[in-house]
Design a protein around this ligand. Structure first.
Ligand code: COA
Length: 372
């Protein structure tokens, strides 16, 4: 028997509203002292492209209706891959302002029902439609340009990207909710078993690096980004309940405090002087650290945006974990592994966990003990 497909986390048969209600129901059940939907005063929903994937715009009131929140305010946020991160930040600002005490934030997208060609074209609209998408730049293409710039400036090698993919798949194998709940070793076994069953030549990869260097198993998507450098096309939803600190204990004995948030923006890629660092990420991180009163050295674990493997390397530099150009070496030395000194993307990251584009955020969360 061929082992089950490891790309098991897709939900083609569900709609955006199904996914959102599922995430909401799970979130509600996790509130240990109970949550009455009537207590939720406002909803912020992150969806990037539901019009194109499901012919459903105006997503926020539809989701409010499906979770029983009508007539309370429901607002949609769209900011490409930062969509739901920004939605959480808007929720935090709303609670911090004192306008609301209880806010629901969610993110949702369903992408796998569409063809890869269609998804690629729609996602390209997240770049500059006139100066990038119109001349053929897709997201793998944009990150290929970023990766080659990093390679040229800092000597980053293809093997560094492969190490990021291997690490994140190792982590995804431990995450039951990951789209690829499988290490690269698991994928190698699956491919070997499949070849045997089909009577095809059985590949004999020695290890992950040999598998990832094999153009058959890891074809080029946009050089130097290969299949295993890309996050997959994904369906998914997530919900988080934000409540004012003073009433948090009404809902749970163990609240998680958001102690810092930040947000920045940048020019379209073709206008940037340097492709090897993201100004918006640097600004956002500085703001969040300052608000939280912490430094990069204090961070014990980080979930960063690894839509392509190079993005994780750059994020670890922009967030100040490593000096510019040293992120690749840090992966090579295992510093960002689960048992390393600075674990990164222990969920599997977008690479293995999946990347329903609006994405939930990379915030500075902390337990009370870390804050004090
Ligand atoms: N990583 C590893 N394996 C992947 C994968 C990925 N990202 N995407 C698909 N696969 C696997 C599938 O599981 C399947 O394996 P199987 O043959 O063992 O079942 C095989 O590759 C083919 O899958 P398919 O869905 O036909 O791949 P595809 O060629 O149509 O799409 C990509 C692959 C990389 C082009 C697509 O996932 C993609 O466009 N990713 C980037 C999405 C993106 O740009 N997001 C926004 C970033 S900002």
């Amino acid at each position: 028997m061929v082992p089950e497909c490891v790309n098991s986390g897709t939900h083609k048969d569900k709609t955006v509203r199904d996914l959102f209600v599922e995430a909401f129901t799970e979130m509600k059940a996790s509130v240990d002292r109970g949550l009455d939907v009537k207590d939720i005063e406002a909803l912020y929903v992150g969806t990037a492209m539901t019009e194109f994937f499901e012919w459903q715009g105006h997503t926020a009131p539809i989701m409010a209706s499906w979770v029983g929140m009508v007539p309370n305010p429901a607002t949609r946020i769209e900011d490409a891959c930062a969509t739901s991160g920004v939605a959480v930040r808007e929720g935090v600002i709303a609670v911090a302002s004192g306008i609301y005490d209880v806010v629901l934030v969610g993110g949702v997208e369903r992408m796998t029902a569409a063809s890869t060609e269609y998804v690629t074209e729609i996602l390209a609209a997240g770049g500059d439609a006139f100066y990038e998408a119109a001349v053929g730049f897709t997201f793998p293409g944009l990150y290929a340009a970023i990766a080659t710039a990093h390679m040229h400036k800092y000597g980053t090698k293809l093997e560094h990207f492969m190490k990021v993919a291997t690490k994140n798949h190792n982590n995804g194998a431990l995450n039951p909710k990951a789209q690829f709940n499988a290490s690269i070793r698991d994928i190698m076994s699956m491919r070997t078993a499949r070849a045997k069953e089909k009577g095809q030549p059985v590949p004999a990869w020695k290890d992950e690096m040999e598998f990832l260097n094999d153009p058959q198993s890891n074809p080029i998507v946009a050089w130097p980004m290969r299949l295993f450098d890309c996050s997959p096309i994904t369906d998914g939803a997530a919900c988080v309940l934000l409540v004012a600190e003073e009433i948090a204990k009404k809902f749970t004995d163990n609240p998680i405090y958001i102690i810092g948030t930040g947000q920045g923006s940048d020019h379209a890629l073709h206008e940037r002087a340097d492709l090897t660092s993201f100004l918006s990420a640097k600004i956002a991180a500085q703001q969040a650290y300052e608000m939280a009163g912490v430094t990069p050295e204090d961070i014990q674990l980080a979930e960063v945006h690894d839509c392509f493997t190079i993005a994780e390397i750059i994020a670890t530099e922009d967030l100040g974990f490593f000096k510019s150009g040293v992120g690749a070496k840090a992966v090579e030395e295992g510093l960002t592994a689960r048992n390393g000194s600075k674990p990164v993307n222990t969920s599997g990251g977008l690479k293995a966990k999946g990347h329903p584009v609006p994405e939930m955020p990379n915030f500075i969360f902390a337990t009370k003990t870390l804050v004090s």
